[in-house]
Design a protein around this ligand. Structure first.
Ligand code: ATP
Ligand code: MG
Length: 342
């Protein structure tokens, strides 16, 4: 089987690679549906723009929630939408698809994900551990003997995996990701400041004022934002300071640091010692949170760096696996199960 198409389906974003071209598409994983209809009106970034703006009878949905499949119909529709956009698939009648999947997804969710790809038109489908794909995309030699720690910081999940000899020596995860910071920012602004802000504004506030080192972050920055004043019941411009945003970040970042420490604590001593040289590598869009590498490095007492273009590591790694899956069998699973991935 030729693995012509690779898809990194995330909670927030979806990315696609073609065997001949490499990564070709990045879009929001949103789908907009009219109530009662099973075919989306639109998908991707156009559907994302409808979040918080939909009129009656239209809703925006995502196939995954907290990093794992929530709705197989949405996943099949998303795959169909991607297959239609792919040059490689249009010219071939039979094609295989490789899809990333959270390592902690339950067997029933993995099977549903594979079936969604088959329903959408793929002749065969395989799942690849998202952390293994991200590690390869970050340039780590998965099959080498020295241990390496990969922390994938996504929108809906965060995983920390210690790899050695192509196997997983220790693993931990949080069943939520950096989108939780957006929710926290919205809640703090609503309850403590009396403003309601949309999801897109909360994301912008997080990117601008967010930091993983609250003590080092500059306090005198003020950002202008727009929201609905709950007292005035009218749209208003207002100023936000860094404090509430740093508090929102800290909730998630502190848990993330604790989870990574637990992974290292549970690893065999020799492997943990390897990390003093190799350090930890951060991937996923959330790795771009200001100072996250420094904070994790401090918490673990080892060097820590953000991979180049961290948000595209998983799809670049998946493309590598599509070209030659054999060395990565332990990270791959089909409908009949996987060798090393239980
Ligand atoms: N500069 C930045 N600062 C802070 N967070 C960022 C930045 N850029 C992107 N993010 C966050 O990264 C997340 C998106 O990352 P990514 O695209 O890797 O997630 P995903 O693959 O859709 O989700 P998952 O892998 O968890 O299912 C969003 O929460 C986004 O707000
Ligand atoms: Mg992801």
């Amino acid at each position: 089987m030729h693995w012509d198409i690779g898809i990194d389906l995330g909670t927030q974003n979806v990315r696609m690679a073609e065997l001949k071209e490499g990564p070709v598409l990045t879009a929001s994983a949103a789908l907009a549906f009219r109530d009662g209809s099973r075919a989306p009106i639109c998908a991707g970034d156009i559907a994302e723009r409808l979040v918080g703006r939909t009129c009656e009878g239209v809703s925006v949905s995502y196939p995954l929630r907290d990093g794992v499949l929530e709705n197989n119909l949405y996943a099949a529709r998303m795959f169909q939408w991607l297959f239609k956009r792919s040059e490689g698939v249009n010219t071939r009648r039979r094609f295989g698809a490789m899809i990333t999947c959270a390592p902690f997804a339950r067997p029933v969710q993995r099977e549903a994900m594979l079936n969604a790809a088959l329903d959408a038109g793929a002749a065969d489908a395989l799942l690849v551990r998202s952390d293994a794909a991200a590690a390869l995309g970050a340039g780590l030699d998965l099959n080498g003997p020295e241990a390496k720690l990969l922390v994938d910081v996504g929108a809906g999940k965060i995983t920390a995996t210690l790899f050695t000899f192509g196997r997983v020596a220790a693993f931990g995860y949080l069943p939520y990701g950096m989108n939780r910071i957006d929710d926290r920012i919205r809640r703090i602004l609503r309850t403590d400041y009396g403003y309601r802000v949309g999801k897109a504004s909360a994301v912008e506030i997080k990117h601008t004022l967010g930091s993983a080192m609250p003590d080092k972050a500059p306090r005198d920055i003020i950002m202008h934002a727009t929201g609905i004043g709950m007292l005035q019941r009218a749209p208003m411009n207002f100023d936000i300071e860094t404090r509430p945003v740093l508090d929102a970040c800290e909730d998630v970042v502190a848990e993330l640091a604790r989870m990574c420490s637990a992974v290292i604590d549970n690893a065999p001593e020799e492997l943990s010692a390897d990390l003093n040289d190799a350090g930890a590598v951060l991937t996923g869009g959330g790795a771009m949170l200001t100072e996250l590498d420094r904070r994790i490095g401090q918490a673990l007492g080892i060097p820590c760096r953000v991979a180049d273009a961290p948000e595209t590591c998983a799809i670049r790694g998946l493309w590598k696996i599509m070209q030659d899956p054999a060395p990565y069998r332990g990270a791959i699973q089909g409908l009949q199960g996987g060798e090393g991935w239980q």
